[in-house]
Write a protein that binds this ligand. Structure first.
Ligand SMILES: C[S@@+](CC[C@H](N)C(=O)[O-])C[C@H]1O[C@@H](n2cnc3c(N)ncnc32)[C@H](O)[C@@H]1O
Length: 447
C-alpha cells in the first residue's frame, strides 16, 4: 500500500486521497448537487419505512456509482436520499433529509460508538462498531479489535468516499490504525489488507472478550478476524458448561471451547477443517492459562466426525448452508441432516446449542429443520434458549432481511451423567476426583 495516501491520525495528514479531494458542501448546495431519481410506486413505501436498498427495477433514471442521489416519488416529492450503486442494488439509502457525507459520516460513526459504549460488556475490546444499514451506513462494516479499526466495504458506492470514512473513524479515541480488509467479490476483487491510516496493524494482536484473551489475525483470519456475532452466545453458553464435556463443532479458533473451559467445563473438543484455526485455538487456551493438552483439537469434516461417546454439551455453528443456487428446500434438508448428526452426540440431560448464519433461510423454516433433525436423533427435547444477533449487530427496523443469525439451545431430557455420579444415582458414591474416570480424556477444572 502506498503510505503517502494514508491519513495521519494527528490530523496533519493530507486531505487528498488519491485523486479525491475532501470538500465541505452545505445542505443547500448539496440539494442542488444531488441527482434526482424517481422511485417506482411499489418502492416508495419500503424506502419511506427505512429499507436501505433500492433494486434496479425500483427506480427510473440512473447516476454514476458513488454519487449522492435524491429519491422522489411519482409526484416529485422527496422520499429519501442515498448513494448510487451498481448491480442489483442501485441505491444505498442513507436517510430522509440530505446531508453532505462530510457531516453524515462523523455523525453516524459517533452515534454507533455511543451505542457500543452503552452495550459492550466489561473487559471487551472486540466488537462490531458499524453494522451496515443497522448503523445507517448500508454496505459499510467496521470491526474493532483493540486499537485497530477493520473496515470492510460491501458496496462500490463507498469506495470514492473512503477518505471521509477514514477521517471519521480516526476521530474515535481508541483508533490507532485503520485498515481495509479486502476480499469482497464484485467490490474490490483483492485480497489481504490495505492500510488506510496510522501505523501498520500487527500480524497478530490479542483482544479481550468478557475478560478472556483471544488472538486475532486481521489479515488472514476468517471474517475480519473473529466471529464477533457469537460473542454473547460464547459467554452465555459457558455458563451452562460447568462440569460438562464439550464438543464444539465448526469451532474456528476455539471461542466456545475456551469460554467453556474457563468457566469450569470438562474436556472440550474443538472440531474444524481449518488447521490454522485449530492452531490458534490451542494458542487461545494458553493465552487464558488453560493447558491445551488437556483438550482436543480435531481437524476433520464436522459433517461426518463423531466423538467416541456422547457428551453433555454440543455446539454446532456451521458456515452458511444456503448459498449459491441452493434452493430453500435443499438448505432445509442440509440443516436437518447436520442437526440430526450433531444431536446424536448429546447425552441424556445434555445440551445442544445449534446456530445458523444464513440470512436466506427464514427463522421459522430453520427451526423446523432443527426440530426435525433433533427428533431423528431421539428426544424428547425442550428448547431452553433462543437468540439472534447481538446488540452490536443492529438491524434497521425497515429491513427485516438484515437478520441472519439464529441460535437455539435444546435440552435432551434425562439426568446428565455427571449429576448421576455426583448424587450417587448410579449406585456408587464416587468423590468429585473420580468424576473424570469416564471422561473423554484428561481434564482440567479451572474452578
Ligand atoms: C461460523 S464459523 C464458526 C465460528 C465459531 N463458532 C466461533 O464462535 O468463532 C464456521 C467454521 O466452520 C469451519 N468449517 C467449514 N466447513 C467445515 C467442515 N466441513 N468441517 C469442519 N469445519 C468446517 C470454518 O473453518 C469456520 O471456522
Amino acid at each position: 500500500m502506498d503510505g503517502s495516501r494514508t491519513l495521519r491520525l494527528d490530523g496533519s495528514g493530507p486531505l487528498l486521497f488519491g485523486t479525491f479531494e475532501i470538500s465541505a458542501v452545505g445542505p443547500r448546495g448539496l440539494e442542488r448537487a444531488l441527482i434526482d431519481l424517481i422511485l417506482e410506486n411499489d418502492t416508495v413505501g419500503p424506502v419511506a419505512r427505512g429499507h436501505p436498498w433500492v433494486y434496479s427495477g425500483g427506480v427510473r433514471g440512473s447516476a454514476p456509482v458513488g454519487e449522492l442521489v435524491r429519491l422522489l416519488d411519482g409526484r416529485g416529492r422527496p422520499v429519501a436520499f442515498g448513494l448510487a450503486d451498481q448491480g442489483d442494488i442501485v441505491v444505498r439509502v442513507l436517510g430522509r433529509h440530505p446531508l453532505p457525507l462530510g457531516e453524515l459520516l462523523p455523525q453516524r460513526i459517533h452515534a454507533a460508538q455511543a451505542w457500543r459504549r452503552a452495550m459492550v460488556p466489561a473487559a471487551t475490546d472486540a466488537y462490531r462498531l458499524v453494522n451496515g444499514a443497522g448503523d445507517g451506513l448500508p454496505g459499510v462494516v467496521v470491526d474493532r479489535y483493540a486499537q485497530v479499526a477493520v473496515l470492510r466495504l460491501y458496496s462500490q458506492a463507498w469506495v470514492s468516499h473512503l477518505p471521509l470514512l477514514v477521517r471519521a473513524l480516526s476521530q474515535l479515541p481508541w483508533v490507532r490504525t485503520v485498515v481495509r480488509r479486502l476480499g469482497v467479490q464484485r467490490v474490490d476483487g483483492g485480497r489481504g489488507l490495505e492500510l488506510l491510516a496510522g501505523p501498520e496493524a500487527p500480524e497478530e494482536l490479542v483482544v479481550l472478550e468478557h475478560g478472556l484473551r483471544f488472538l486475532v489475525r486481521v489479515r488472514q483470519g476468517q471474517k475480519t478476524g473473529l466471529f464477533l456475532d457469537q460473542r454473547e452466545n460464547r459467554h452465555r453458553v459457558a455458563g451452562w458448561a460447568r462440569g460438562r464435556e464439550v464438543v464444539n463443532l465448526f469451532g474456528y479458533n476455539g471461542g466456545f471451547s475456551v469460554h467453556a473451559a474457563a468457566a469450569g467445563s470438562g474436556r472440550t473438543v474443538t472440531v474444524d477443517q481449518a488447521p490454522e484455526a485449530l492452531a490458534d485455538a490451542r494458542e487461545n487456551f494458553r493465552l487464558n492459562g488453560l493447558d491445551p493438552d488437556h483438550h482436543g483439537f480435531e481437524q476433520a469434516d464436522a459433517f461426518h466426525w463423531r466423538p467416541p461417546r456422547q457428551v453433555g454439551l454440543v455446539i454446532n455453528d456451521p458456515p452458511s448452508l444456503s448459498h449459491g443456487t441452493r434452493s430453500d428446500g435443499a438448505a432445509r434438508s442440509a440443516y436437518r441432516d447436520l442437526n440430526a448428526h450433531a444431536a446424536t452426540m448429546v447425552e441424556r440431560g445434555g445440551l445442544f446449542v445449534t446456530a445458523s448464519c444464513t440470512a436466506r433461510l427464514r427463522e421459522d423454516r430453520w427451526l423446523e429443520a432443527v426440530r426435525h433433525g433433533v427428533g431423528k436423533a431421539g428426544g424428547p427435547w425442550v428448547q431452553v434458549h433462543q437468540a439472534r444477533e447481538p446488540a452490536d449487530h443492529p438491524v434497521a427496523a425497515g429491513h427485516p432481511e438484515g437478520h441472519y443469525l439464529k441460535l437455539v439451545a435444546l435440552l435432551r431430557s434425562g439426568v446428565p451423567r455427571a449429576s448421576r455420579i455426583a448424587s450417587g444415582d448410579d449406585g456408587c458414591t464416587l468423590g468429585a476426583d473420580r468424576m473424570g474416570a469416564g471422561r473423554l480424556g484428561p481434564d482440567r477444572s479451572t474452578s
